[in-house]
Unconditional design. Structure first.
Length: 196
């Protein structure tokens, strides 16, 4: 009888809890900041992201193994190549070509028709790694997909970065930059990277 109950419990868990690997299908992501001359925005044109999502009773129960990689060279300014070069230098592209986030744990809550996701993990920028907490909203979309959106502020000196300057230092950028994103993820087909 004991083994019968254990088998029934295992079957119940297998039916009620199923997981799926997810990858990026589409995204919009920017990094923006200020300067003594004007505000600025750069587009992020490539990301690689993966997650394993557990489903329970038709809702997301857990997000596991979430990782995001942004190649520094994919950050393209609306102000042209000179700004790109200054951004890449500040991010120490030659030594540290990628910005990465790897979640260690994620808390998921279903509130008023959308998910509130709080992910704790390690953010690496310009070779410096910090423990951070990222918060995102998640909405279900067609074909089992999910759209995650949110923003996160980074203080450049915290990661050993010097804010870019121009015209012999007469133009200075602010220390804080904001990353904003909307990422649509779908069940994986084996291609986790995406270019815009």
């Amino acid at each position: 009888m004991k083994y019968l109950l254990l088998n029934l419990l295992a079957l119940f868990v297998a039916v009620s809890l199923s997981g799926q690997a997810y990858e990026v299908e589409d995204f919009e992501m920017t990094v923006s900041g200020t300067s003594t001359l004007h505000d600025w925005t750069s587009d992020i044109t490539k990301i690689n992201a993966e997650a394993y999502i557990d489903w329970a009773d038709g809702k997301v129960g857990n997000v596991r193994n979430l990782s995001v990689t942004v190649p520094v060279e994919s950050i393209i300014s609306t102000k042209g190549r000179i700004m790109d070069g200054k951004t890449w230098d500040a991010l120490k592209k030659d030594k540290h070509p990628n910005i990465t986030f790897k979640a260690s744990a994620a808390d998921v809550k279903w509130v008023n028709g959308s998910y509130l996701i709080t992910a704790n993990g390690k953010l690496t920028v310009a070779g410096q790694t910090k423990n951070v907490t990222l918060k995102a909203n998640g909405k279900p979309v067609a074909n089992g997909g999910l759209v995650f959106s949110g923003s996160y502020d980074i203080n450049m000196p915290d990661y050993g970065m010097e804010p870019p300057t121009a015209l012999m230092g007469s133009i200075k950028t602010g220390e804080k930059v904001t990353i904003e994103y909307s990422v649509r993820m779908q069940p994986s087909n084996g291609n986790a990277g995406l270019d815009r």
